[in-house]
Design a protein around this ligand. Structure first.
Ligand SMILES: C[S@@+](CC[C@H](N)C(=O)[O-])C[C@H]1O[C@@H](n2cnc3c(N)ncnc32)[C@H](O)[C@@H]1O
Length: 314
C-alpha cells in the first residue's frame, strides 16, 4: 500500500468527473492524493487541479508525492467551507468538477497523535486542522451531561447516548477522560455489546464518530461547501460527493433534491413567487456504492455512498 490511503470508488468518481485536457477541477479533500492523482493523469497534459485539505500534514505529504505534476496541481491548506473565497483566489473562479470525499483518511486514523481511533489510541484530539478549534478531550471535559448526551445522539445516532454522557461526567470527577483508550473502555463498560454480527462493531464506534463530527463542525461545513460548489461550477460541471455515514449522505441527498426543484414556495401557492430556478440535476445511480470486491480489497469503502449532480445552465 504505497499510498497509505486507497481512493474509494475511484473508477466511478473518474467516470463522473470526466477530466480531460485543459479541464479545471477542485478536490476539496485531497487526503492522500489518490483521487487528485487520477484526475491529473486523466487531464494530461494541461488540466489543473486545486487540492484543499484542512490538515496541513495532508497538504505537505501530497505536495511531495505529486510534485511531478508541477504547477498543474495547486495546493492550499483550507477548510472546504471557504471554497467560495479560496478557489477564485487560487485561480479557479469557475470549474468543471468538484470532489468532496468526506471524513478522514487512513493516515489520520492510524496516527495516535491525532486521537481519531480507539485502535490507534492517543490523546483525544480529532481536529482535521490541529491549528483551530477545540480538541475532543476539551469537549468531554467541558460540556455538561445534557450537551454530551445531545451530541452523542445527534451526531452518532447512539441509542445509549444519555447513559454514556452520565458515565463521562461521573468519570471526570475523578480524572478527565483525555485519551482514546480511556474513552473507548468507558463506553465499553456502560454499553452492552450487541449480539450476533452487530457485536463485531466496537460499541464506541458511534460516539467516536459523533465527537469527530462535533469537533470539526462537519455537517455545517458540508452545507456551506455544497452551496459554494454549485456557484463555482460551470454549466455542465459536476459535483461528486462521497459520504460515509447516513447524516452526511442524507444532507447531500436533500441538497441535490432541493437544487433540482429550485422553487421553494409552499405547494399551496398558485404561482411561484420565490423565483428560484433549478440549479442541479442528479446524474448516475443515487447513490452509487462499492462492489463486494472493492470492499474486500479496501474495508474502508464499506459504508461509502457516492452522489453526483450536474450544474444546469443558469
Ligand atoms: C477521506 S479523506 C480523502 C482521501 C482522498 N480522496 C484520497 O484519495 O486520498 C478526507 C480528507 O478530507 C479532509 N477534510 C475533512 N473535512 C474537511 C474540510 N471541512 N475541509 C477540508 N478538508 C477536510 C481530511 O483532513 C482528510 O484528509
Amino acid at each position: 500500500m504505497e499510498l497509505g490511503h486507497l481512493p474509494v470508488l475511484a473508477e466511478e468518481v473518474m467516470q463522473m468527473l470526466a477530466p480531460r485536457p485543459g479541464s479545471l477541477h477542485v478536490d476539496g479533500t485531497v487526503g492522500g492524493g489518490g483521487h487528485t492523482e487520477r484526475i491529473l493523469e486523466a487531464a494530461s497534459p494541461d488540466g489543473r487541479v486545486l487540492g484543499l485539505d484542512a490538515d496541513p500534514a495532508a497538504i505537505a505529504r501530497v505536495g511531495e508525492r505529486l510534485a511531478r505534476f508541477g504547477d498543474r496541481l495547486v495546493l492550499r491548506q483550507a477548510n472546504f467551507q471557504d471554497l467560495a473565497t479560496v478557489a477564485p483566489e487560487a485561480g479557479f473562479p469557475a470549474v468543471d468538477g468538484i470532489l468532496l470525499d468526506l471524513g478522514l483518511s487512513s493516515f489520520q486514523l492510524a496516527d495516535p497523535a491525532r486521537g481519531f481511533s480507539f485502535r490507534a489510541g492517543g490523546r483525544l484530539d480529532m481536529r482535521f486542522d490541529p491549528g483551530t478549534g477545540r480538541p475532543a478531550a476539551e469537549l468531554l471535559a467541558e460540556l455538561d451531561e445534557g450537551e454530551l448526551g445531545d451530541l452523542f445522539r445527534r451526531y452518532g445516532e447512539e441509542p445509549h447516548a444519555r447513559r454514556i454522557a452520565r458515565a463521562v461526567v461521573e468519570a471526570r470527577r475523578a480524572a478527565p477522560v483525555t485519551t482514546a483508550e480511556a474513552f473507548a473502555s468507558l463506553v465499553e463498560r456502560v454499553v452492552p455489546r450487541r449480539p450476533g454480527r452487530a457485536g463485531r462493531i466496537h460499541p464506541a464506534t458511534r460516539v467516536f464518530q459523533a465527537l469527530r463530527i462535533a469537533v470539526n463542525g462537519e455537517l455545517d461545513a458540508l452545507e456551506v461547501a455544497l452551496d459554494a460548489a454549485v456557484a463555482l461550477l460551470r454549466p455542465g460541471g459536476r459535483l461528486v460527493v462521497l459520504a460515509y455515514h447516513s447524516l452526511e449522505d442524507r444532507l447531500v441527498k436533500r441538497f441535490v433534491a432541493a437544487e433540482r426543484r429550485g422553487c421553494t414556495c409552499p405547494p399551496s401557492f398558485p404561482v411561484c413567487v420565490c423565483g428560484r430556478a433549478p440549479r442541479l440535476r442528479p446524474v448516475g445511480p443515487q447513490p452509487a456504492m462499492p462492489t463486494e470486491a472493492e470492499v474486500a480489497a479496501n474495508p474502508r469503502a464499506r459504508s461509502a455512498r457516492l452522489r453526483t449532480a450536474e450544474r444546469l445552465a443558469a
